[in-house]
Design a binder for this molecule. Structure first.
Ligand code: GTP
Ligand code: SPV
Ligand code: MN
Length: 614
């Protein structure tokens, strides 16, 4: 089949190939591009070299076709607006596949199909998909080019929007090809928009082939193949093979008044507060004393054991693909500042009077003359709180793509070759009840168990119902590139080879009162919980031992300057035995679903928890 296409298009190819041969002699790269071009049949092939001139030309081209709209250069310099198709606004977990040779390797939590069958299905969808279009070839690095952590990828795409987003989210350029040299060790990614047909949308990973294929989408995590597809699904697979970890975690540095910085990584499910925590601004009383928070990453961490026996983390990304709604100068001023230049906004409100953007929760001044995320005229009178999803101006999963280096609190270690040493790992989710504000695990094995039983209410970051509690182990349910049971085993194994392992905690910013309001103020005030966590890591504060782990004494959470009583803190810290017993039943069902790869240690921990609950 492939040979046939290569033969048929041989002549056209000679010209196409001239372009790609200028950039590299790597025969593995060239032959793969040739093969993919033979199937997708682009009119042109263009290498992305990482230069500003090329990026500028592509922005201009995208504006001329309406794919992008240039925003007010005075207010939002070098910023653009993009709207996706209305049926293409989030990750599609139901159409995301891990195609390992056997179903057992992918496990019960992932969708699986036989690789040969899937390739055949995909090649049909890709056939001629780039006719009349340009194939862009993006050489990119996850991690600092040339560092021990770095891994390289090449994404082929027919979308300028994807190219411009990848230029922000990853390190793109000819230096990646130089670093790759003539090695076959890179991740292949093929993306074609095709017809944006929901019924034929596929996001597929072939971990054994280092290959990712995406078709019929133009949205974020489905098409920016360096992000969830590579840096989590493929990387988690590689991490297990090579003895490191790829996790859905932010990384932050907490600087105390003495100038010492301790690093924390935290795994929360999509749209559960990673970006917000990573860019936290300490409450006034802490700021005055000299506390600061530095952002290393807001979504993905790659972690390796260092020579000193600690766990070291890098953020493999180069930018933030952050949730827009709710971002404002109180909740996350650093994120807002980051988006003031060089940013691509997706599916937000277009304010026509100023040629700027707006979203729910930005401020109380919605634009009077505006276009909503669907492309229709919109003003606040259309907004109905009872029917947010259908009447909001910005899609609840609308996003900004912004450069990490534009973030006012970006860590000086952002480009570090070695990463940062992690003192604490924090898990967390959206739980209206069960989970207390914070608790600490008894040890690494128990901590891995705490990660495995994480649960959270679903959000708009993925297609499907919102607000349903589901188990989301380590916030990785949609992102583990192999069997979930084996992934837990990898966590347990890692604990044995990190002599100086981080302590493991669990937080919940989302407990609600009887009226459904959040009890904990959250955002900047989460710093108060981080301080307790660091104090625990340094043995500076004791705690109360409960059935689920160590919980703070209420008076050890600093509430100075907060309009909240000690009793409320007590309430936030209670471990309700009855709801935990219910949870245990649900965990048992979930473990059964994960199946017979669940490590025995996890069942031991579950039995121990059940016994402690009485
Ligand atoms: P992804 O990019 O999808 O991985 O999301 P994320 O985990 O980075 O979540 P993000 O920080 O963008 O927050 C998502 C939503 O949660 C936003 O609407 C925030 O306003 C809200 N949120 C974040 N932190 C808090 C908090 O401490 N308390 C409350 N109540 N809401 C929060
Ligand atoms: C998430 O859903 O966790 C995101 C956004 O960070 S996406 O890139 O679409 O995966
Ligand atoms: Mn995420």
């Amino acid at each position: 089949m492939i040979i046939y296409y290569i033969a048929k298009y041989a002549f056209h190819f000679v010209n196409l190939l001239k372009e790609i041969m200028n950039m590299t002699n790597n025969k593995y790269v060239l032959s793969w591009i040739e093969e993919m071009a033979a199937i997708t049949k682009p009119d042109k092939i263009v290498w992305i070299d990482g230069s500003e001139e090329q990026a500028e030309a592509l922005r201009a081209e995208a504006c001329s076709t309406g794919e992008l709209q240039k925003l007010n250069e005075e207010i939002l310099p070098n910023c653009y607006l993009h709207r996706t198709a209305v049926n293409d606004v989030a990750r599609v977990e139901g159409r995301t596949f891990i195609c390992t040779p056997t179903k057992e390797e992918a496990g019960n939590i992932n969708n699986w199909m036989d690789p040969a069958e899937m390739y055949e299905k995909l090649y049909k969808l890709y056939t001629g998909a780039m006719q009349g279009r340009t194939m862009y070839v993006i050489p990119y690095s996850m991690g600092v080019v040339g560092s021990d952590f770095a891994k390289y990828g090449i994404e082929l795409t027919d979308s300028i929007y994807v190219v411009l987003n990848m230029l922000i989210m990853t390190r793109v350029g000819t230096n990646v090809l130089e670093a790759l040299g003539d090695s076959p060790d890179y991740i292949k990614g093929l993306h074609a928009k095709a017809d944006i047909d929901e019924e034929n949308r596929y996001i597929v990973h072939f971990p054994q082939d280092n290959t990712i294929m995406s078709v019929n989408s133009g949205y974020g995590g489905n098409v920016l193949l360096g992000k969830k597809c590579f840096a989590l699904r493929i990387a988690s697979y590689l991490g297990r093979k090579e003895g490191w970890m790829a996790e859905h975690m932010l990384i932050l540095g907490l600087e105390n008044p003495e100038g010492e910085i301790k690093y924390i990584s935290a795994a929360f499910p999509s749209a559960c507060g990673k970006t917000n925590l990573a860019m936290l601004i300490p409450p006034e009383i802490f700021k005055k004393q000299g506390y600061k928070v530095w952002c290393v990453g807001d979504d993905i961490a790659w972690l390796r054991v260092g020579k000193d026996g600690r766990l070291w983390a890098v953020n493999p990304e180069n930018g933030f693909f952050g949730v827009a709604p709710g971002t404002n100068d109180k909740s996350n001023p650093n994120a807002l500042a980051t988006t003031m230049r060089d940013t691509i906004f997706t599916n937000v409100v277009h304010d026509l009077d100023n040629n700027t953007v707006w979203w729910e929760g930005l401020n109380d001044n919605p634009p009077a003359n505006a276009i909503d995320w669907r492309g229709n005229p919109w003003d606040i009178s259309k907004y109905d709180k009872a029917n947010k999803a259908a009447t909001a101006g910005a899609h609840p999963n609308s996003r900004f793509t912004a450069l990490a280096k534009n973030c006012p609190c970006i860590s000086s270690e952002f480009d570090s070759l070695t990463g940062v040493p992690i003192s604490a790992i924090v898990f967390g989710g959206r739980r209206a009840k069960t989970a207390p504000l914070v608790y600490q695990s008894f040890n690494w094995q128990h901590g891995a168990f705490v990660g495995s039983i994480m649960a959270s209410e679903t959000t708009a970051a993925a297609a499907g119902a919102v607000g349903v509690v589901r188990r989301d182990p380590m916030a990785m349910r949609p992102f583990v590139g192999y069997n979930m049971g084996d992934y837990w085993k990898h966590w347990l194994d890692m604990g044995k080879v990190i002599p100086n392992a981080p302590k493991i905690f669990h937080v919940n910013w989302f407990r609600t009162d009887a009226d459904g309001h959040f009890i904990w103020p959250g955002f900047g005030d989460n710093m108060r919980v981080l301080n307790w966590i660091i104090d625990r890591c340094e043995d500076k504060v004791d705690a109360v031992e409960t059935a689920i782990g160590y919980v703070p004494k209420a008076e050890d959470i600093n509430i100075e300057g907060l309009d909240i009583s000690l009793d409320t803190i007590r309430e936030l810290l209670t471990v309700d035995v009855e709801s935990w017993k219910e949870d245990v039943q649900n965990i048992k069902e979930f473990y059964a679903l994960v199946g017979d790869h669940v490590p025995a240690e996890m069942y031991e921990e579950l039995a121990a928890l059940e016994a402690r609950l009485g």
